[in-house]
Design a binder for this molecule. Structure first.
Ligand code: NAD
Length: 402
């Protein structure tokens, strides 16, 4: 059989531990037999990052800017324990953080849903995607512990010499205070990424803040979103999609009562909290995909989970593991589909769709990894090892492509 051809390479970022093992299995079984795969390979495994003083991570991000589409394996973010384990020269920063700041992107997290795993919220019929603004607010705040009575002030000194000052609070006793910021540039990038992704996935976009209370800070988010929306409005109208702005408390109530099937853009803190709530309610971290979208339309696909360390130690002892490869497979299918769309390659798009459909065929037949077995209702699960699960997907993929 003729393999499917590609025009432009995708950026391939390899990773660590159990997900690195899955990475190779997925490529060998589900990609390479069918596609004449073109990738620019970057090894973001911790050993290579240490060897290159993390230059490899920056190179991979730059390559994504150049080529437009990347697929990334989960990677270790080093801590003190990893310093010893890998004898690192430095406690390298999180690769995801580095890539995000180079691409200036927004992360969209979407659960993979199947009929036999019911979300904790019964009326959710379709996935809910959370878009979290990944810059500023409380994550870049400064704080003071006031130990005694005194005055706290917020001061801005402009380069022009303009000065603004407001009293935050006059403390009669001890207390705490905090100042945080964001920039119009970052908010505008966030808005562009959100509207682009909504059109990409043909879903409506919700956005929420608390601008009734925060009349300058949150209000600025709202103003910028409406401004940026002007550029996308016609296309939204044409497709019957909606941009819906509401207060965060109203959004929470509506999301719970909704059927799902939309993107919910959140400020940094809201997104941090809500993405964990939404992913837990949908069932499993192993079924959560993630894509970083830059405001100028570059895409990096990955699984939302980490390197599954516990399974890796078992694997090293020669034991078979039942690690769930779904989110990593969907990172590949997402990247290949996007490449196909950008290069106008219908065969590649079809392959991505059939690969995902084969995964659903497999799960719907009850063939699962261990983590899902306990979550399924109405189907008798047959738990497999990772290799067994991937082989079952391959069998169905071959049938579908025949
Ligand atoms: P983890 O996602 O690897 O595991 C969290 C829990 O979920 C574990 O109990 C694990 O067994 C389970 N789990 C996750 N994915 C699974 C899968 N595919 N199949 C079956 N079970 C699964 O997160 P962690 O344990 O907090 O971190 C492990 C390593 O991963 C750390 O070094 C961390 O830095 C890294 N990490 C990387 C990313 C990333 O690259 N995007 C994200 C999170 C954590």
């Amino acid at each position: 059989v003729q393999k499917i051809q590609m025009a432009t390479p995708i950026v391939e970022m390899d990773g660590d531990e159990m997900t690195r093992i899955l990475w190779k299995m997925i490529k060998d079984e589900l990609i390479l037999p069918f596609i004449d795969l073109k990738t620019e390979y970057y090894d973001l495994g911790l050993v290579k990052r240490d060897e290159t003083a993390d230059q490899i991570t920056r190179d991979a991000a730059e390559a994504t800017k150049r080529l437009g589409v990347a697929v990334k394996c989960a990677t270790i973010t080093p801590n003190h324990q990893r310093m010893d384990e890998y004898k690192l020269h430095q406690m390298w920063k999180s690769p995801n953080g580095t890539i995000r700041s180079i691409l200036d992107g927004t992360v969209f997290r979407t659960p993979i849903t199947i009929p036999s795993i019911h979300p904790a919220v019964r009326n959710w019929e379709k996935p809910i995607t959370i878009a979290r603004h990944a810059y500023g607010d409380v994550y870049k705040s400064v704080e003071i512990r006031a130990e005694e009575p005194g005055v706290a002030k917020l001061v801005f000194e402009g380069e022009s010499g303009k000065r603004e000052e407001v009293v935050v609070h006059t403390f009669k006793g001890a207390g705490v205070l905090q100042a945080m910021h964001n920039t119009d540039k970052s908010i505008r990038s966030f808005a562009h990424s959100c509207f682009k992704f909504a059109l990409d996935t043909n879903q409506s976009l919700w956005f929420s803040t608390k601008d009734t209370i925060s009349k300058k800070y949150d209000a600025q988010f709202k103003i910028i979103f409406y401004e940026v929306f002007e550029e996308y409005k016609d296309e939204f109208e044409k497709r019957g999609l909606e941009f819906f702005y509401t207060l965060i408390d109203d959004a929470v109530a509506r999301v719970i009562r909704s059927k799902g099937g939309f993107i919910w853009a959140c400020k940094n803190y809201d997104g941090d909290v809500m993405s964990d709530m939404v992913s837990t309610a949908f069932g499993s971290l192993a079924m959560m995909t993630s894509v970083l979208v830059s405001p100028d339309g570059k895409y990096e696909y990955e699984a939302a989970h980490g390197t599954v360390t516990r399974h890796y130690y078992k694997y090293l002892k020669g034991e078979e593991t039942s690690t769930n490869p779904m989110a990593t497979i969907f990172a590949w299918s997402g990247a290949l589909r996007k490449r196909g769309e950008m290069d106008n390659l219908p065969e590649l798009i079809r392959f991505a769709n059939e690969l995902e459909a084969s995964c659903f065929d497999t799960l719907n037949a009850g063939i699962v990894t261990k983590d899902l077995a306990g979550l399924m209702e109405g189907v008798t699960p047959q738990p497999k090892t990772s290799a067994g699960f991937i082989a079952a997907i391959r069998e169905r993929l071959e049938q579908r492509l025949a």
